[in-house]
Ligand binder design. Sequence first.
Ligand code: ATP
Length: 143
Amino acid sequence: MAKELRLEIVTPDRLVVSSDVEYVGAPGVLGEFGVLPGHVPFLSALGIGNLHYNVGGKTYYVFVSGGFAEVSGDKVTVLAEVAERAEEIDMERARRAEERARQRITKQQEALDNARATAALQRAMARMSCRTAAQSAGTSSRA
Ligand code: ATP
């Protein structure tokens, strides 16, 4: 059995990660799931949250929102609607998005607008926690 997995994370416009990794943890819509080499074939829709993967004793973080993850053989393919490596996340932008979303949520508004604002808040919070986790792990290159 292989000791590593090939992880590819792509969005409609770019390749975000292509790496040999030891473990992948991802935010499935039904909850977090983990993949080690030798995992059975598997397909899951992705929610909003942080994917992480381990290489050489280090943990790397990637924000993902929507899309699918497929495990086949020793390959994990993530087709995400939106994905950013931790070091690409603009914390100030996420803070502003959080603020806007909170203001929209506190207004009395249509259920659909509220659902959109709640999803925007989830994205902003997950982006900030992704960046913070990577900084704690020492795997983010920007301060
Ligand atoms: P915003 O309101 O700041 O645009 P959003 O959650 O609505 O945030 P998305 O629709 O998830 O944004 O993403 C739109 C594009 O902007 C994507 O390409 C995404 O990678 C990028 N993006 C959004 N927020 C950030 C951020 N804080 N840092 C880096 N890239 C971001």
